[in-house]
Design a protein around this ligand. Structure first.
Ligand SMILES: *Cc1c(COP(=O)(O)O)cnc(C)c1O
Ligand code: SF4
Length: 368
């Protein structure tokens, strides 16, 4: 920690962290040294894209490294101004799949509820960057209650994913109102929350929040960690509190060029997560969101990384590598193809070490 909490008496107060988020070059320069060129770059980019970083997350940056993996996730870059022809603003067609202003219904048994557009930090690679940070898009509880009529009228919906934005930036009583309304719908079985708060604002995970959440089981939480350096003692403490409240934790990482696109970094991240009782769930191929081209790797990279990990580390430490299909087709898993053809009625395939094995294609069934 380069900025010890004792220099800022309110450091561990999550509201202080939210209020003191760094949003422009001038305030950033108070935290990390910036050259004139860097300052100008940030000024030019914040005109186009919103930036906001908690002092906590900023404190994880190594100021000596211009390519620091923490810095690249939170500080705007002129590369964001490059618009590639494959990118679209609403590339997942969430607008087209919206059944109310804040509910996206893409799969048969579950919906996405956009409860707020605020986040602790605006990730530079965010897939929903077209809308996050617009406070006027945060619905009131009354507005949401009316929209929940859609869920009430559709008994097939058994899983509601509360996301945004980051729902854990809402005040606890307000979040509780939303969860309570969902819990009152008999056919809603699972409530899920998608959040980056334990990573970027771990002090938010306080006793009040955790005792509220544990009243509404079965409740699952998916977090987002992209680099092992994000798993600081404060952050691990937040995860411990959530896990101790009986909340199953999953992690959704985004594959980011120069940040985690190598098997060693990924392995360190995944093993640390399972140590913290977080089950790696998805590794996302970076979406075609505007100005994120510098983060995207070829698809073969993700397949290669998972191939390198599968079999070498605990099975439950390996996430699924998915592409969220542009245009709104949903998440599709991509895997290394272990099959090497068939021979004499047997399929030939590789194991994790690349050795060849075979198995009777018809299963050698005796029940004919
Ligand atoms: C990702 C997503 C979900 C949840 O999908 P899972 O694969 O079950 O995690 C639900 N609705 C929408 C619109 C989504 O984008
Ligand atoms: S926390 Fe999630 S919604 Fe918010 S900016 Fe990061 S990726 Fe986007």
């Amino acid at each position: 920690m380069k900025y010890p909490a004792d220099r800022y008496p309110l450091w561990n107060d999550w509201r202080w962290q939210m209020q003191n988020r760094v949003r422009d070059a001038a305030s950033l320069a108070r935290w990390i040294p910036l050259s004139d060129a860097e300052r100008e770059e940030i000024e030019n980019c914040t005109v186009r894209f919103r930036m906001a970083v908690t002092p906590y997350f900023l404190s994880l940056i190594d100021p000596a490294d211009p390519d620091d993996p923490i810095r690249r996730q939170c500080i705007v870059s002129s590369k964001e101004l490059i618009r590639s022809e494959v990118e679209k603003s609403d590339h997942l067609d969430e607008g087209g799949r919206s059944v109310t202003p804040h509910i996206v219904h893409r799969y048969p048994d579950r919906v996405l509820l956009l409860a707020t557009m605020q986040c602790g930090m605006y990730c530079r690679h965010c897939t929903r960057r077209r809308i996050v940070g617009e406070s006027d898009m945060t619905p009131t509880v009354e507005e949401l209650d009316r929209e929940l009529d859609y869920i009430r009228a559709h008994p097939a919906i058994r899983d509601v994913l509360i996301s945004g934005g980051d729902p854990l930036t809402l005040p606890t009583p307000r979040l509780e109102e939303i969860i309570r309304l969902l819990r009152a719908i008999p056919h809603v079985d699972i409530i899920r929350i998608g959040t980056r708060v334990p990573c970027v604002l771990p002090m938010r995970v306080d006793g009040e929040l955790v005792s509220m959440l544990k009243k509404y089981h079965p409740l699952w939480i998916n977090v987002q960690y992209n680099h092992p350096r994000e798993l600081t003692p404060e952050s691990e403490e937040a995860l411990r509190k959530l896990a101790d409240a009986g909340i199953p934790l999953g992690n959704q990482s985004v594959l980011l060029k120069g940040i985690n696109d190598d098997p060693e970094t990924m392995k360190e991240l995944l093993l640390r997560l399972v140590h913290d009782r977080v089950r790696p769930y998805y590794l996302y191929q970076c979406d075609l969101a505007e100005g994120t081209g510098h983060f995207r790797t070829p698809v073969s990279k993700g397949i290669e990384i998972l191939h390198a990990l599968q079999g070498n580390i605990s099975g439950f430490a390996v996430p699924k590598y998915v592409i969220d299909a542009p245009g709104g087709g949903g998440k599709v898993p991509f895997v290394y193809d272990y099959a090497r053809g068939t021979e004499d009625g047997r399929i030939i395939f590789e194991n994790y070490e690349g050795k060849l094995f075979s198995y009777p294609e018809n299963g050698g069934s005796t029940d004919v």
